[in-house]
Design a protein around this ligand. Structure first.
Ligand SMILES: [Zn+2]
Ligand SMILES: [Zn+2]
Ligand SMILES: [Zn+2]
Length: 469
């Protein structure tokens, strides 16, 4: 059974309950395969938070994806700090059974981590990919919290510790993942932000439509039914009573004697009277004043992982298609491909009885499939694999640079026959994509006879330089 590991910052909580304890600085060298979660002592919230950031900004999936449980003293920590963790245990309730309960509750996340290739030894260097994995490993909604600590006013507590700087990176990265259809968004709220500094802290006010002064006051307009006189409330006021300045009757009941059809504003600076004040917003952060139409309007969302995102989080975005191909097509790794090429070239050279062809294919805009097809990308990639499999023979050797570039050794195949095979692949790929997406990819291909004059590395490099941007 997996065990929790206590992250110690000052040694105070060390040796409680005999659980494994490490210093945050030792994380990179720590084998976390048998760790169920990180227990982070929050008795000093600033130190505790620093530890959370160290955990989440680590590059090894086995470290940064591992669940975090707070060990809470009776002190209060801000919401946005609290929601960054997967749970908490109160210090007074700390026991073997409490730790075991959390270990089993968090097991799904640890099982997810185990699906990854070498999560303890291969670093994830891309921040968007780390965010995607963090969202995917715990199949929960990523919801925003409001905060006064930073100018944006909204934070995503679970994602905050991934970033070391306080800027718009969290929002930008979420937008990127959303554009790629790797996550889904759900409406939470709408908000205004300063057009200059993007601060959410704005002072909205009504101002004089003539001189722009904020020094204005509003008054109700009274309409006296009996005599039809209409005037400002202040003109009717007489001690505790309302008396009509025109007919001098006392007004008793709203709706019976009189009504209030509208409001009037009076400017204390220029004496202008008006019914529609100008709305202005002044930014608490940069001090600039602007009208609402010059503010940034944003919809605030919560996010969940999408079907395509789930796959991409495990296999990596670039390799999704090649993974499917690998299963369906027996894709060969590049070193083996090169070794096979060398053998084939010398065989041809030696016996001089047959020809084999090296075929290079690049299909443009294949990454659009992720974007346009969303969760159905996987099916489409499977269809593409079938096209390759049924057109090529089992003795052909295929390697893929990524989802759009393939190199194929077609044994015992003349350039003419290779060309025909490529034409068939092109036709069927175009038809498939046209039916599903309404576009046909541009397919570039080159065919070379395999012999000792065709130098593989240079040929592949030239092809990539020419066709793959
Ligand atoms: Zn005025
Ligand atoms: Zn009257
Ligand atoms: Zn501002």
């Amino acid at each position: 059974m997996k065990q929790p590991c206590l992250l110690s910052t000052d040694g105070l909580t060390e040796s409680i309950l005999n659980i494994q304890t490490i210093e945050p600085d030792e994380l990179d060298r720590f084998d976390s395969r048998n760790t169920s979660f990180w227990l982070v002592d929050m008795s000093d919230p600033i130190k505790g938070w620093k530890t959370v950031c160290q955990l989440r900004s680590n590059l090894y999936p086995a470290i940064y994806l591992r669940p975090i449980v707070y060990l809470m003293s009776p002190n209060i920590i801000p919401d946005e700090m609290y929601h960054a963790a997967n749970g908490h245990i109160k210090a007074e309730a700390l026991s073997e059974s409490a730790l075991e309960a959390w270990t089993s509750r968090l097991e799904p996340i640890n099982l997810w981590i185990e699906k990854l290739d070498n999560p303890s030894t291969v670093k994830d260097t891309n921040i968007a990919f780390r965010m995607l994995r963090l969202i995917a490993c715990d199949d929960k909604e990523i919801a925003p919290s409001t905060t006064t600590r930073i100018n944006s006013g909204f934070v995503y507590p679970r994602l905050e510790p991934l970033f070391t700087k306080e800027d718009n990176s969290v929002f930008d990265t979420l937008n990127f993942l959303l554009e790629q259809k790797l996550i889904n968004s759900h409406f939470i709220s709408k908000a205004h932000f300063c057009g200059h500094c993007e601060s959410a802290f704005l002072n909205f006010k009504e101002t004089c439509s003539q001189c722009n002064s904020e020094d204005i006051q509003s008054d109700d307009i009274i309409h006296h039914f009996k005599c039809a006189h209409t005037g400002e409330l202040s003109d009717f006021r007489n001690g505790d009573e309302l008396i009509c300045p025109k007919c001098e009757r006392t007004l008793q009941h709203i709706g019976v004697d009189y009504d209030k059809p509208s409001i009037i504003f009076n400017c204390n600076q220029c004496s202008h009277s008006f019914q529609e004040p100008e709305i202005q917003a002044t930014c608490f952060n940069c001090g600039r004043t602007s009208s609402p139409e010059n503010l940034i309007h944003r919809t605030i969302h919560s996010y969940t992982i999408s079907a395509i995102g789930k796959n991409a989080a495990i296999y990596g975005l670039d390799t999704l298609f090649t993974r499917i191909m690998e299963n369906k097509l027996n894709l060969t790794a590049m070193p083996s491909f090169k070794a096979f090429y060398a053998i084939e070239a010398s065989r041809i050279q030696r016996y001089k009885v047959s020809t084999s062809s090296l075929t290079l294919i690049h299909m443009e805009n294949m990454s659009d499939i992720y974007i346009r097809m969303g969760g159905r990308s996987k099916e489409l990639f499977e269809e593409l694999s079938i096209i390759f499999r049924t057109t090529l023979r089992t003795c052909d050797v295929i390697t893929a640079l990524n989802e759009s570039t393939f190199f194929i050794i077609m044994t015992e195949t003349s350039s003419k026959h290779a060309k025909r095979a490529i034409e068939r692949i092109s036709e069927r790929v175009s038809e498939l994509l046209d039916n599903n997406l309404g576009f046909t990819p541009e397919i570039k291909s080159e065919i070379y006879p395999i012999d000792e004059n065709t130098e593989l590395d240079t040929t592949l490099e030239n092809f990539q330089r020419k066709h793959v941007s």
